[in-house]
Design a protein around this ligand. Structure first.
Ligand code: SF4
Length: 109
């Protein structure tokens, strides 16, 4: 599942600095991040950036071995809200669903 974020999330992740976020057009920021393969696409109307994924569909910030989020403290708002309860700290809420084939949540990471 692709992760959709907003500009403040990109600042939190360290992909955009605060000055750039304030002074540059989001579509130009998106162009740079698409070129760097960090963003898949930008929805200008909604101001939503779809984060790039690995070939297997994993989030680029998911540790392939531990299945933990490598940016947990800086993770985007959508990851903080989904799901409202669980998983364990450090683990990706989306990773658990993918591993379970979309059948539901578990806390296996
Ligand atoms: S919580 Fe999961 S989807 Fe969100 S940034 Fe971390 S690894 Fe990616």
């Amino acid at each position: 599942m692709p992760v959709e974020v907003r500009l403040p999330d990109l600042v939190l992740l360290g992909l955009v600095d605060a000055f750039e976020a304030e002074h540059e057009e989001p579509r130009l920021i998106a162009r740079r991040l698409v070129k760097a393969r960090q963003v898949e696409r930008y929805h200008q109307k909604d101001g939503i950036f779809t984060m790039a994924r690995r070939a297997n569909g994993d989030c680029q910030f998911l540790d392939e071995v531990t299945r933990r989020c490598t940016v947990y403290e800086q993770r985007p708002g959508t990851c903080r809200k989904h799901p409202q309860v669980g998983p364990r700290p450090g683990y990706c809420p989306y990773g658990a669903k993918r591993a379970a084939g979309g059948a539901g949540d578990d806390d296996a990471g």
